[in-house]
Write a protein that binds this ligand. Sequence first.
Ligand code: GLN
Length: 184
Amino acid sequence: MTIGVLAIQGSVIEHLRMLDLLSVEKKEVRTKKDFDECNALIIPGGESTTMLSLLAEYKLDKLIIEKVKSGMPIYGTCAGMIVLANLGLIGIEIKRNAYGSQLDSFETVLTNIKKDQLGVDQLKAVFIRAPQVTVVGTGVDTLAQYNGHPVLLKQKNILVSSFHPELTDEMYIYKFFLDKIVSP
Ligand code: GLN
């Protein structure tokens, strides 16, 4: 089982470090060959506009759409969530940078979460120029909310969060992704 981390831009090292701590086989993904060697993919936070144009340039966008549609598990954090929404893979609408600028970044503890699914009753979350989910389509399950806004959502094999779990010291979301989505 190898988890890829899309490594063209953004908080790649932080995700790789978390996978290391979980003793999960990991791979930086930059090419089709890298991607083909993975069972699942994480798209990190960063800058979604840059990521989307690089994905198009490397012809990885169509490949991601193809693989995710055929069931490959994928987790998009922050900009990664925007990328997945933009590629039309998850049925949500998003407002970018809804929590303000870099200086407005914050860490919080989410308590409005689906305990039965996540196995815990609170989660640490770091928001950095985070997007807000404004519309949740049918088939999309909201797993956590912050101030009444969905911040962690799942649609079949797709997981997205508007925050960064890789910047906390908690592994719960990774464990959820691995245990409930990658190898249920
Ligand atoms: N604001 C960024 C964007 O719109 C996302 C920020 C992040 O990933 N931390 O792409």
